[in-house]
Design a protein around this ligand. Sequence first.
Ligand code: 3PG
Length: 219
Amino acid sequence: MTFSLDDDRDIETILGTAPVVPVLVIEQVDLALDLAKALAAAAMTTLEITLRTRAALEAVKLIREALPNLCVGVGSVRTPAQLNAAALAGAAFAVSPGAGPKLLDAAHDDPLPFLPGAATASEAMALAERGYTIQKFFPAEPAGGTRYLRALAGPLPELRFCPTGGVTAANARDYLALDNVIAVGGSWMVPSAAVASGDWAAITELARAAVAIGQGRAV
Ligand code: 3PG
């Protein structure tokens, strides 16, 4: 266990202070630091690096060492081994698109703050039985978007969600306006073309607008 930002921070604190979380797919580790700096320049404090590329864990380590004030989580965690690898890389939290029993058992035994995913009332209730009152809602738009989340609030008032998957600058405000949404995640402020071409100014600009949405400001 190497993360040290604020070891006592839980998912509620992490998401409660980061209403918009950039979800990153890092293909080239040598671009990771510039990308993180572009986001930090926009006052982004928290980001999620998905385990969808070979570069992901190395990118987490690099960013944690160079920018220790950034809260760097690992996303797309599907297995206990990946959860363990996330902790070893220095991740401050872990996110899963879903929640298999083996992964939940491993998360129970791991101090790394964990955000499991649900897309139905039954999945959300199963996670609540395990104590997860904050869950990722994934994939948010295909699963029903804000209407679906609003409908869950009645029967599941104790649960709050971080919707991701199809969240954009155009709909993030609508999600954040819901009482059962603590934060949103998305990749809209990190277009892959801008990352590939090293257009960090464009990413900072998009990230600034995303931060403003999280703060409820007009952009
Ligand atoms: C995630 O892993 O949370 C999502 O894939 C992000 O979805 P987006 O790319 O549609 O924002």
